[in-house]
Design a protein around this ligand. Structure first.
Ligand code: FEO
Ligand code: CA
Ligand code: CA
Ligand code: CA
Length: 736
């Protein structure tokens, strides 16, 4: 076992500058190497891996369930012993299993004909849709130090092409519905007349790790995948006041993001079989049409209700059926993280709903923690049964952040008087509350946040962190007002609103500078360190900003060129080093200065901040106008230095850095690079050789990198998402 390190007091690695080059940069003394790229083949002893990925869109669709998915995101590491025959949670430093999400796809790089989403006269083909469906979901893939494809304790990290652990879970995989909503009429579909199963998982964003050794994958922007003609659908459902219409509107189900619904209409015989073999795409395109029959047991009217959940997977058992844990509520799940369990106490799972003005949640288990349940080492242990024990029964809460630095967990229960009395929606039972958790959060008066993304727990003190990535909505959009249409109302927990968040040197337009475009990170300390506490204290740990922005209103954390950033999204603490790792997903606020990045942080604690500033977050920041100098006073003590926040990695162009995990000894780190080159002009991908723009992509990573500063068209291969393995050249722990 790795000894728990003493808390380090300063970061000292060679910091990495902001960069717009098409390359991935880590500090001097570190090595980073991309592997397990989009389309890379995986196999098992009984199902050999397909051929290498062409990366020009010529691979047969049938091979894609044995290829790495696209847009890698949340990731967790599960150790194995050197022989690969037992789970090893503390010594598995040379061999293990990675579970990772494939959030979405960059269609234009996947097909010979590029991206044909909805382009008139160039409809997507069934082959293209089949590839795209398979490139969603989750990978479980064995990784190990190896030489010549065989395990070697001193070899090079790579994935194991042929492994009993290798597995793809896609948008078509059979998944069980578990917990209070299982069997509820709102989950009944043609595929599962009993409401107990669904097919697939979609838009898997952040992740989580359970103390019994399973993987949690979180369904985020699933709402965009379901076809819905709101005029006819609303009418069929009984109009705008019908419960299902209120729900669909609150969750934004308007969909058909990749035009899967425009093709592969099932034949009558297929529809009649009502069987597991029922083809997959029909739930997207037939969903609306089937409403005409108004026979909910034979259609897909409820298909969207089977998405929006936290899904549990046993990475050690490829035969275990994944389960959607409905007790944790349905929303645009970003990630799911737990505080350290204490024997005899319940578990708490913390979760963000990534939408402008949506909520932070926690689930408290009914079962109390037993030390006997920690991380079984037998590969055949029934870890999913432990998930049943801890994640199927309990209470869901939404957070209210008070202006005095305290907070309240508001129970989302059918007996809560605020839910009984709800005027926005009439809840019928607890399953209805969980399926429509957002509406329940509305009813109890939870605090609307600036897009809650990943949570993370500081292993030193059990404090819970959440990135609030941004809120650039202006005027009356974005649900930021206290009442519909009231515009952006700031509050103590979401205190910045600007029309000029950039410095005088800014070259970006005002539109991307409006609101809280650089985001912030908030943290929570449960009263008495009790996971079941109904009250907490909180503060703002960090504000994103450009270093030369106004220090009294904007750059409140005193960021310098060593650590300025925009839009924190990924967030994770290493148990080995206690370093917090912050990853960015910037789609505009800071992209004129730098590609997305990962920073290392030593964040201190809420208690230290309170001692330093002798004040709670101030009521002075509440109000409806952009705040002034009082904000700097309120957050005095929140400043960081290059020793406590330091840029570690900058990715290639158009990428997001998201998802990070390490080996138990902290000496090997895995980081996901998502969608390099995503904003490449679509025409350039399919332009004939020699014509304007042909081969001119924004990124060629990871196969090739542009020379620093060069804008030359190097006609390289199509870019791919990939996992990056990082080691320190002296063999030391990452970040120390
Ligand atoms: Fe998929 Fe909220 O990031
Ligand atoms: Ca994210
Ligand atoms: Ca994001
Ligand atoms: Ca992204």
């Amino acid at each position: 076992a790795s000894p728990a390190p003493a808390r380090i007091s300063a970061l000292s690695f060679a910091l990495v500058d902001k960069s717009r080059n098409d390359q991935l940069t880590v500090p001097t003394g570190y090595t980073a190497r991309a592997f397990y790229r989009t389309g890379d083949p995986i196999g098992t002893p009984t199902s050999p891996a397909p051929a290498a990925y062409s990366n020009v869109g010529t691979d047969a669709a049938s091979t894609y369930t044995q290829r790495a998915g696209d847009c890698h995101d949340g990731i967790e590491y599960y150790g194995l012993n050197d022989a690969g025959t037992a789970a090893d949670y503390t010594g598995g430093n040379r061999r293990g299993v990675l579970a990772m999400n494939h959030e979405y796809i960059v269609s234009q790089f996947l097909h010979q004909q590029g991206d044909r989403d909805g382009a008139p006269g160039s409809a997507k083909t069934a082959t293209e849709a089949d590839r795209e469906v398979a490139l969603h979901g989750v990978s479980v893939v064995e990784v190990m130090r190896q030489t010549g494809g065989a395990f070697s304790a001193t070899g090079t990290w790579d994935y194991n092409v042929t492994s009993t652990f290798n597995r793809r879970i896609t948008a078509l995989t059979r998944i069980e519905m578990s917990g209070p909503a299982r069997g509820n009429p709102a989950l009944i579909t043609k595929y599962s007349p009993a409401g107990t199963h669904t097919r697939g998982t979609l838009n898997n964003c952040g992740s989580g790790y359970t103390f019994w050794g399973t993987y949690l994958t979180c369904e985020e922007n699933w709402a965009g995948y379901f076809t819905r003609n709101t005029t006819t659908d609303n009418a069929n459902r009984g109009g705008s006041t019908a419960k299902s219409v209120i729900s669909l509107n609150r969750y934004g189900v308007t969909g058909d993001r990749y035009r899967w619904g425009t093709l592969a209409a099932p034949d009558a015989a297929t529809m009649a079989t009502n069987a597991v073999s029922d083809t997959g795409n029909d739930r997207f395109d037939r969903w609306n049409a089937n409403l005409l029959a108004l026979d909910r047991s034979l259609d897909y009217a409820n298909a969207a209700n089977t998405f929006g959940w936290v899904v549990e997977i046993d990475p050690y058992n490829p035969n275990a059926t994944p389960k959607k844990r409905t007790a944790l509520g349905r929303f645009a799940h970003e990630a799911a993280v737990m505080t350290k369990p204490a024997v005899g106490q319940p578990l708490a799972v913390y979760m963000g709903d990534d939408s402008r003005g949506d909520y932070i949640y926690k689930f408290v288990s009914q079962a109390t923690w037993s030390a006997a349940d920690v991380a079984p080492t037998s590969l055949s242990a029934n870890r999913m049964a432990l998930g049943d024990k801890y994640l199927d029964s309990g209470t869901l809460y939404a957070a209210r952040f008070n202006a005095d630095g305290t907070g309240t967990w508001l129970p989302l229960t059918i007996t809560n008087p605020a839910i009984v009395a709800a005027t926005n929606y009439t809840f019928s039972d607890q399953a209805d509350v969980l399926i429509n958790a957002r509406l329940a959060g509305d009813a109890v008066g939870a605090t609307r946040m600036d897009r809650p993304e990943w949570g993370a727990v500081n292993p030193l003190n059990n404090e819970i962190y959440f990135t609030l990535t941004e809120n650039n909505s202006s005027g009356t959009t974005g649900r930021r007002g206290t009442t519909a249409g009231s515009g952006n109302v700031i509050d103590a927990a979401n205190p910045r609103y600007f029309s000029d968040a950039r410095s005088a040197t800014s070259t970006t337009t005002a539109a991307t500078n409006t609101g809280n475009p650089f985001g912030h990170i908030i943290r929570i300390r449960e009263d008495a360190n009790n996971p079941a506490s109904l009250s907490f204290t909180w503060d703002v740990y960090l504000f994103g900003a450009q270093a030369d922005a106004d220090p009294t209103r904007v750059n409140l954390s005193g960021l310098s060129t060593a650590n300025d950033f925009a839009r924190a999204d990924g967030l994770w603490f290493s148990d080995a080093t206690n370093i917090a790792w912050i990853q960015t997903d910037d789609s505009g606020a800071f992209l004129d200065q730098t590609n997305c990045m990962m920073l290392a942080a030593l964040p201190g604690s809420v208690a230290e901040r309170r001692a330093l500033t002798a004040q709670a977050p101030s009521t002075a920041v509440s109000g409806s106008t952009p705040v002034g100098a009082e904000l700097a006073a309120t957050f005095a003590g929140a400043t960081v230095t290059a020793s406590t926040l330091r840029r570690f990695l900058v990715g290639p162009r158009d990428c997001e850095i998201t998802g990070v995990a390490d080996t138990p000894d902290g000496r090997t780190m895995f980081v996901n690079v998502q969608h390099p080159g995503e904003d490449t002009a679509a025409a350039n991908v399919v332009a004939a050789a020699g014509t304007a723009g042909a081969g001119d992509f924004n990124s060629y990573w990871p196969a090739a990198e542009r020379a620093p500063g060069s804008t030359a068209n190097i006609n390289g291969p199509r870019p791919r998402s990939a996992t990056v393995v990082i080691t320190k050249d002296d063999g030391g722990q990452i970040g120390l």
